[in-house]
Design a protein around this ligand. Structure first.
Ligand code: HEM
Length: 214
């Protein structure tokens, strides 16, 4: 490897590390800012917020941040392939996924707090379908490294493709359910963003398929 290639690699390692740190820092800031301004969001003085309202608020915040990160990770490759731009997004896809898994784990923590403090019964269907989504998120996070990718071979892609679509589906199901129940405009936007992300992936998949058979 000559000096120029070594300098290029060094720059690329540095930019990847910078991007990774930026993603993790921004994720923590998003959570921190949401916590800090919950009084404004809930329209109550900070010390008068009931625990149940805090938990419900944080469940919504964590779900929305996690979904946003999931969508970014989902569109990274198709966006690059369709537009030719977005190489930085693609390079940092793994860290977007890890940040999503972290925020989703915070959602899990609030789910436990919700179950401990509310009298609402937990239905079996929620345990199975929601539990599987958490499990797949953690499996994807634990295998988001080069060693696991090499060891799992073709199974790595299968697990991650299944995991991404399954977790996406559970998110969409919950957002659509809330949209129908509450009719809040924000859910229309969230659901539309979810559909755009999957459409991009399908568009790239079909393009590759047809270019192979053409
Ligand atoms: C056993 C598992 C789970 C339980 C008991 C649970 C419980 C809850 C609760 C109580 C809320 C707050 C509802 C509200 O006050 O408006 C909520 C919100 C939400 N959860 Fe979970 N959750 C679980 C797993 C999951 C999983 C695995 C996902 C996604 C993959 C998810 C996505 C969402 C979404 C999208 C919202 C709505 C956010 C919003 O209204 O903006 N949840 N969850």
């Amino acid at each position: 490897m000559n000096l120029e290639q070594r300098a290029d690699n060094h720059l690329s390692d540095w930019s990847t590390a910078f991007g990774r740190n930026a993603i993790f820092t921004l994720t923590l800031i998003a959570l921190g800012v949401s916590l800090y301004f919950q009084d404004l969001a809930l329209g109550l003085p900070f010390d008068a917020i009931p625990l149940a309202d805090h938990i419900g608020y944080m469940l919504r915040v964590t779900a929305r941040i996690a979904f946003f990160l999931l969508l970014l990770a989902m569109i990274a490759r198709p966006f690059r392939q369709l537009t030719g731009i977005g190489s930085q997004l693609l390079r940092h896809r793994r860290y977007l996924g890890l940040a999503m898994a972290f925020v989703h784990t915070v959602h899990f923590g609030y789910v436990i707090a919700f179950l401990k403090t509310s009298s609402e019964p937990l239905e079996m269907v929620t345990i199975i379908f929601g539990g599987l989504a958490f499990l797949l998120t953690w499996i994807m996070a634990a295998t988001s490294n080069n060693a696991a990718q090499r060891a799992l071979g073709v199974w790595w892609r299968r697990i991650h493709t299944l995991g991404i679509y399954y977790v996406w589906l559970i998110f969409m199901n919950t957002f659509i359910g809330t949209q129908l129940a509450e009719g809040d405009f924000i859910y229309t936007g969230i659901v539309a963003a979810g559909l755009v992300a999957v459409s991009l992936r399908i568009a790239v998949f079909l393009r590759q398929r047809f270019s192979r058979t053409a």
